[in-house]
Design a protein around this ligand. Structure first.
Ligand code: NAX
Length: 326
């Protein structure tokens, strides 16, 4: 067994958190030879439910789980964290405008960025799941000047997994036979699920894809899949969101060979995306970090889709500018 690593999860008593913590503790995220100290963070109001989650974790008797703690203090919860998964966020309340939601969540992520900066491991890997995830990641990073921005990523893996499955269903193949599906941009309805480079059974399939299906069914379906799940379930995606977070962190940390994985990472200016926007791009994960896949050809349709989601991220950034100290 390896020396234990410390994993912090915010919103651990919420729907996604509840699914996530058991999977982390069972070793699905960091591997079956990696012992873990788990730190669960909630709001003061969430602490009672969190105590129940902690009891359940204890009742699982996971061999890899060396300790589990519960707190509503971020400075305690993030202390020496090697991984921090930021799930806790405010849901949109009645009559709340998108701008209000952005501002109140940005406040939370500014505070969490400052706490990570102060107490987390200097090597911490942060994944932002709570919405608006991309802009929350930007705010957290801006408030954590001593942590390299590239250690902070936001989740687009759920969108990628959704896109892979929809393509597999259309092509009557196995999900494992689908490669190189890309999610560009924001985790929102402006995201661009791109099949320009997709392979099915190793073969480039863009020329075989029905244009009407692609533009009028596939793309909107992925963009609005969250709403489709809410409509059916009466609650937002939770198991699949937790699964996306596990996939993202596992591949980032343990490596994923030559798989193309979409991650929202700080832009380096490539693809005409303004530097320091957390914009989803295709990446390779050789282990412990990511590398952007650069210089892919971008056709006219893709360029217009990528521009639309870039503009939305700029608008979001402008709405939280007061929380960006650098
Ligand atoms: P829930 O409302 O079930 O759970 C959120 C939990 O976070 C609650 O228990 C709450 O008490 C806690 N919380 C709130 N503020 C906190 C803070 N400052 N510190 C610590 N804990 C805090 O929501 P859930 O369905 O779990 O969704 C969580 C977040 O994930 C939401 O923002 C949601 O929009 C977002 N999602 C992101 C996805 C993605 O792909 N990036 C997909 C799924 C999901 O919609």
């Amino acid at each position: 067994l390896l020396p234990p690593l410390r994993v912090a999860v915010t919103g651990a008593a919420g729907q996604i958190g509840y699914q996530l913590v058991t999977r982390i503790a069972s070793g699905e995220m960091l591997g079956k030879n990696q012992p873990i100290h788990l730190s669960c963070i909630e709001t003061p109001q969430g602490m009672k439910a969190l105590r129940g989650v902690v009891m359940e974790l204890e009742d699982c008797a996971f061999p890899l789980l060396k300790s589990v703690s519960a707190t509503d203090q971020v400075d305690k919860g993030f202390a020496d964290a090697d991984f921090a998964i930021l799930v806790g966020a405010k849901p949109r309340g009645p009559g709340m405008e998108r701008r209000d939601l952005l501002a109140s969540n940005a406040q939370i992520f500014a505070e969490q960025g400052r706490a990570l900066n102060k107490v987390a491991s200097r090597e911490v890997r942060v994944l932002v799941v709570g919405n608006p995830a991309n802009t929350n990641a930007l705010v957290a990073a801006a408030n954590a000047p001593d942590i390299w921005a590239e250690q902070i990523t936001a989740m687009s893996r759920l969108d990628q997994n959704r896109a892979i499955t929809q393509l597999a269903l259309k092509m009557h193949c196995d999900v494992a036979e689908v490669e190189r599906v890309i999610i560009w941009g924001n985790h929102s309805t402006t995201q661009y699920p791109d099949l320009s480079h997709a392979l099915v059974r190793g073969e480039w399939i863009r020329p075989r894809i029905d244009e009407d299906w692609y533009r009028n069914e596939f793309i909107p379906r992925i963009q609005k899949r969250g709403a489709e799940v809410i409509e059916a379930r009466g609650a937002s995606s939770a198991a699949s969101a937790a699964n996306g977070a596990i996939d993202h962190m596992r591949d980032l940390w343990l490596g994923a060979g030559n798989k193309w994985l979409s991650m929202s990472v700080p832009s380096d200016g490539s693809y005409g995306i303004d530097a320091c926007l957390w914009y989803s791009v295709p990446c390779l994960c050789p282990g412990a970090h990511f590398r952007r896949i650069l210089e892919l050809p971008v056709d006219e349709f893709s360029a217009s889709m990528m521009e639309r989601t870039r503009k939305e991220l700029i608008e979001e950034r402008d709405a939280v500018r007061h929380l960006l100290p650098r």
